[in-house]
Design a protein around this ligand. Structure first.
Ligand SMILES: O=c1[nH]c(=O)c2[nH]c(=O)[nH]c2[nH]1
Length: 304
């Protein structure tokens, strides 16, 4: 093989990262709040900017940021629908923008309970999990991937780990009753022929989060791997509009403390919660024979 010395521009994208936008809807005294961190990146013909310093095609990152704020004036709705609006705007408005990647984290706020009811305009951050969304447009194809991260769950029994191979480095005792704890990170990809206008992404999100939590509780866990699969299977069984779901889940080990030096027994009651190292269990649960969508997943770190 001969190596060419011709240097050319490879894949590229650019935009504004982490635009923090908070939208308050105040049509009535009972306010609503939406809180997002949005990243917009454009793809297309940006050759001249990179090679000749000609910015004629470069929709400024500052303009992209302003567009996020301007679109928020009309309401956000759901992170996914907001990102899809941005995708339509940039690919529709500029001929040479043939695609891009729009990503958001969304933070949820609960009404503060005051005097027995949810306050009209005072909120407390719900720290349970962060909602995530990604829209990737590539010519005529649009991918939507929704997800969540840092959903911390734990069960105090109905989990064990036995039957693994033992070699000279194996010290872990088998157990049929341990704590199982993890921070769930999951991303689910919608079918590419999704009826976007007819999809209620907020409802879908609430339902999938509930299924993930239910899936965690339901069966005896022989390993976090099995529980992961149970959780993903539940989501795919209930949501035909989803092609696959990827997980990344740390196994947050809880070690039984030896209380015998103090003359005490420890019938699975006192644990040392280690923060590291942790097992890291990752897998995709998918419909059989689906076409892989590497374009959709590229840029999403920390999953396999
Ligand atoms: O659920 C588990 N899966 C593993 O792969 C593993 N490995 C280990 O040491 N403990 C556990 N637990």
């Amino acid at each position: 093989m001969t190596m060419s010395n011709n240097i050319v521009l490879g894949e590229n994208q650019y935009g504004k990262a982490e635009v923090r936008v908070v939208k308050v809807t105040r049509d009535t005294d009972r306010h609503h709040i939406e809180d997002l961190n949005v990243t917009s990146q454009l793809r297309g013909d940006f050759q001249a900017a990179h090679l000749q310093g000609d910015n004629g095609h470069v929709v400024a990152t500052d303009t992209q940021k302003n567009t996020v704020y301007a679109f928020a004036r009309e309401g956000i709705g759901s992170p996914e629908s907001f990102l899809l609006r941005l995708a339509d705007h940039f690919t529709g408005g500029f001929d040479w923008v043939t695609g891009g990647r729009w990503e958001a984290e969304s933070y949820s706020w609960d009404r503060i309970q005051a005097h027995g009811e949810g306050h009209d305009h005072s909120f407390v951050r719900n720290g349970q999990e962060v909602r995530t969304a990604v829209v990737v447009r590539d010519g005529a194809t649009t991918h939507v991937i929704s997800g969540l991260k840092d959903l911390t769950v734990l069960k105090t029994t109905q989990s064990g780990f036995v039957g693994y191979p033992r070699d000279k480095y194996t010290t872990l005792p088998e157990t049929t009753d341990r704590i199982l704890a993890t921070d769930v990170s999951a991303r689910w990809r919608y079918n590419t022929d999704l009826d976007v206008a007819g999809t209620d992404f907020n409802k879908s999100y609430d339902d999938i989060k509930a299924l993930l939590l239910e899936g965690f509780t339901e069966n005896y866990s022989h390993a976090l791997q099995q529980t992961l699969f149970d959780m993903g299977k539940k989501v795919l069984e209930a949501h035909s509009e989803i092609a696959e779901i990827k997980f990344s889940m740390p196994n947050k080990h809880h070690f039984l403390v030896d209380l015998s030096p103090f003359g005490l027994d420890n019938p699975n009651e006192v644990f040392f919660a280690a923060d590291r190292p942790y097992g890291l269990i990752e897998a995709t649960v998918q419909r059989e024979n689906i076409a892989a969508a590497p374009v959709a997943w590229s840029g999403i770190a920390g999953f396999c």
